[in-house]
Design a protein around this ligand. Structure first.
Ligand code: INI
Length: 175
């Protein structure tokens, strides 16, 4: 497996593509991945979801090995992600959401607790939980971060999920 991910800046460049060696492709076909996606700001989260799903299929996942759970908002993502991780059925969980800044504190509370909850669930279960939850100042930024022509966060989340699933298997020698 070759991963070109030495960034000169904090953004993933278009040319910085994820590649899986032939030898890893049959391993990818065995992976089981769960996606938890929130409905709040659903235009954005649906875009993230479609990109994630398409990229997983492109990378070699079987559609029958992809489980999708929708939830109300980003605040609810951690409990769903933890519940999915606790089943022991999935190699990686992908979380997708969109938190857009408003005029109150609500943004901070939802965005921060979502991030902390996801990290706590991942470290507690040792199942990687990919953080595909956008936290942006406005709708335009969320559109750019989710769009396939810009940051394409959904595809990046899918690539990160496959990379992490293979890596954890390698570390724990469970091929
Ligand atoms: N949920 C989001 O996913 N994004 C948001 O931008 C957002 N804002 O701004 O309020 C949001 N709120 C809902 C929250 O996630 C919970 O679903 C709700 O509070 C019920 O627990």
């Amino acid at each position: 497996m070759r991963l070109a991910n030495n960034h000169e800046d904090s953004y993933r460049h278009k040319s910085d593509t994820f590649q899986i060696a032939e030898v890893a492709k049959d391993q990818v076909a065995q992976l089981k991945i769960a996606i938890v996606v929130s409905r709040f700001n659903t235009d954005i989260t649906s875009t993230l979801y479609n990109a994630t799903y398409e990229k997983l299929i492109e990378l070699g996942l079987e559609s029958s090995n992809i489980n999708t759970t929708w939830c109300p908002g980003a605040f609810e993502i951690p409990v769903i992600a933890k519940s999915l991780a606790d089943t022991g059925k999935y190699d990686t969980i992908i979380s997708l959401g969109a938190v857009i800044r408003g005029e109150t504190w609500h943004f901070e509370l939802v965005a921060n607790q979502c991030a902390v909850g996801i990290m706590n669930a991942a470290t507690a279960t040792k199942v990687p939980i990919i953080f595909g939850v956008l936290a942006t100042d406005n709708l335009q930024q969320a559109i750019e971060r989710s769009s396939k022509d810009h940051f394409d966060t959904g595809s990046v989340a899918a690539e990160s999920a496959v990379e992490m699933a293979l890596k954890i298997k390698e570390i724990t020698h469970q091929k």
